[in-house]
Design a protein around this ligand. Structure first.
Ligand SMILES: NC(=O)c1ccc[n+]([C@@H]2O[C@H](COP(=O)([O-])OP(=O)(O)OC[C@H]3O[C@@H](n4cnc5c(N)ncnc54)[C@H](O)[C@@H]3O)[C@@H](O)[C@H]2O)c1
Length: 263
């Protein structure tokens, strides 16, 4: 097993309700299948608990925590609880990100308060999670941080909050990698493309647009197989990056996008 004996903290490990599995939940489940103990943290405790229950049902180890990335004290408390229970954090996976559901808009329409909230949720939360986990990783002389950005950072995307915060997550990751390599800590960022997750689908269904139309429009844009990826594609990339097989890889921005970035 790739992550035997490791402790992972997955922030945003619940999921938006819907017909498919979300990225954060799939990552938490895959880490656990590879032998990690997983702390599943989410603003929605019930959803984090559902993920933890799915992991336990597979005979693996997880604990759910309530955590809102907008509140530093909440991040600090969960990190302290995980360190106290399991002795440290080997893997920090920052999954939280919102776009349409956060009220995002094009630049000429965006409200200042909405933009501030998107920065807090999508970017500042990752900065603060790293701030509180890094001292423990440095003390251990090892660790791995995985941040979730989006192909929206590289390709045209209309909504300003998501576009700019996801681009900043790449810069954050490069800085984390550069400044923590000397402590044996790696940091990498995944750029999912068009994924078939509730977060991406549910908010786009409208009276004049059915689920089938939303799915079909997204599927046909993807070069590889003309279909969206699934949360498991993101999870498998994250598990690889978290594992010792990626032990010489840091500062990388990895698209998981079925070739979207090269067309
Ligand atoms: N699905 C896609 O097509 C796609 C594409 C590119 C990037 N992404 C990125 O993937 C990540 C999320 O994917 P997902 O499928 O897991 O989404 P999801 O919405 O199912 O899960 C995100 C989780 O974050 C939690 N959350 C939201 N705000 C929070 C806060 N303030 N504090 C703590 N938790 C909070 C939600 O409760 C939810 O459980 C995001 O970073 C998103 O930008 C997704």
């Amino acid at each position: 097993m790739l992550l035997e004996g490791k402790t992972a903290l997955v922030i945003g490990g619940g999921q938006t309700p819907g017909e498919t599995v979300g990225n954060g939940r799939a990552v938490a489940m895959d880490f656990a299948r590879e032998g990690a103990r997983v702390a599943v943290a989410d603003r929605n405790l019930a959803s984090a608990q559902e993920t933890a229950d799915l992991i336990s049902a597979e005979g693996n180890v997880a604990q759910a925590f309530e955590l809102d990335v907008q509140h530093e004290a909440s991040i600090q408390a969960v990190v302290a609880a995980v360190v106290s229970a399991w002795g440290g954090v080997d893997i920090l996976h920052n999954n939280v990100g919102v776009s349409l559901a956060g009220g995002d808009a094009v630049v000429e329409d965006v409200e200042a308060a909405t933009f501030d909230r998107l920065v807090h949720v999508n970017l500042r939360g990752m900065v603060l999670a790293c701030k509180h986990v890094l001292p423990h990783m440095r003390a251990a002389g090892s660790g791995c941080i995985i941040n979730i950005s989006s192909m929206a950072a590289w390709k045209p995307y209309p909504l300003v909050g998501y576009k700019t915060t996801k681009a900043a997550v790449i810069a954050l990751t490069e800085q984390l990698a550069a400044q923590n390599a000397r402590y044996g800590i790696r940091a990498n960022v995944i750029l999912p493309g068009l994924m078939h997750t509730p977060m991406a689908i549910e908010a786009r269904i409208a009276p004049d647009k059915s689920r089938e139309q939303v799915v079909a429009e997204r599927d046909q844009q993807v070069p590889l197989g003309r279909r969206m990826g699934s949360a498991w594609d993101v999870a498998h990339a994250a598990t690889f990056l978290a594992s010792d097989k990626a032990g010489y890889i840091t500062g990388v921005a990895l698209p998981v996008d079925g070739g979207l970035s090269v067309v």
